[in-house]
Design a binder for this molecule. Structure first.
Ligand code: AMP
Length: 249
């Protein structure tokens, strides 16, 4: 069974992004970029399934600019066997990515597609769900445990007030939550090995996909600045202020 793992190149989670002065977006020039953290978890899970003998091949795929090759090399250093870059300078929205991935699913016929539950740059939380719809596959989102049993995969998900376990027929789409696993550290020998692994480059046109944006961002703005706190002398004053000023009790 092949596993396809889409990995997105995003602004590193440690970077505090700044809104551009013209409010058209955030400034990502010269900021550190990394693999989306939920996608690292997805690669780790796929590699563990291969190590258990459940999967035979792990294919990482990224859609975007040439530099996404670095993200794909990281995925291969974690343990993916090969990579595909769908190269484009165009702005890619989740629907476009889902269409590109659906075309790759049709071509590669993976048993599982493991995505992150959301990309930490746009926080869309849409691509996995759209892919499942386009490829007509069952989906289990926000996975905290994945167990393959024959032609089924059991996925445990964290829901309000407990856990839910779904049984899906393979092929299926899964999206990862934070507690699924702790990705391994990438070692230098594995980074060196990853440089020799195959990385195929295709264009959206090769997959017959129109990636033009369907949504328009009207405005991006900073959250309102928080005012300074105050010290209150006693509990009675605090309760009074919560009642009369903050109006929260
Ligand atoms: P989103 O729907 O944008 O929050 O992204 C959810 C997941 O879809 C990510 O964690 C990735 O696994 C995948 N994904 C989104 N955009 C891309 C991309 N440009 N290339 C590869 N995978 C992507």
């Amino acid at each position: 069974m092949k596993i396809l793992v889409p990995v997105k190149r995003v602004v590193d989670y440690n970077v505090k992004v700044r809104v551009k002065s013209d409010n058209t977006g955030v400034d990502i020039a010269n900021v550190k970029m990394s693999m989306n953290p939920f996608d690292e978890i997805a690669v780790e899970e796929a590699v563990r399934l291969k190590e258990k003998g459940v999967a035979t091949e792990v294919i990482a795929v990224s859609c975007g600019v040439t530099q996404c090759q670095e993200t794909l090399r990281t995925a291969m250093a974690i343990g993916a066997d090969r990579a595909i870059l769908v190269e484009t300078d165009a702005e890619l929205q989740p629907l476009a990515v889902a269409k590109l991935l659906a075309a790759l699913v049709a071509k590669e016929q993976p048993g599982l597609i493991i995505l992150g539950k959301q990309a930490i740059d746009d926080d869309a939380n849409q691509t996995g769900q759209m892919l499942a719809a386009l490829a007509d596959l069952p989906q289990a989102t926000f996975a905290s445990k994945v167990e393959v049993a024959g032609d089924k995969v059991n996925v445990t998900r964290e829901i309000d007030g407990g856990l839910e376990t779904l049984s899906l027929s393979i092929p299926a789409v899964i999206t990862t939550d934070l507690r699924l696993n702790e990705p391994r550290y990438v070692t230098l020998p594995n980074i060196m090995k990853a440089k020799k692994k195959p990385l195929e480059i295709v264009k959206p046109e090769d997959l017959g996909v129109d990636v033009s944006p369907r949504l328009k961002t009207l405005k991006v703005s900073e959250p309102p600045k928080r005012g300074a706190g105050i010290k209150v002398p006693d509990v009675a004053t605090l309760v009074n202020k919560l009642k009369t000023e903050a109006k929260v009790i």
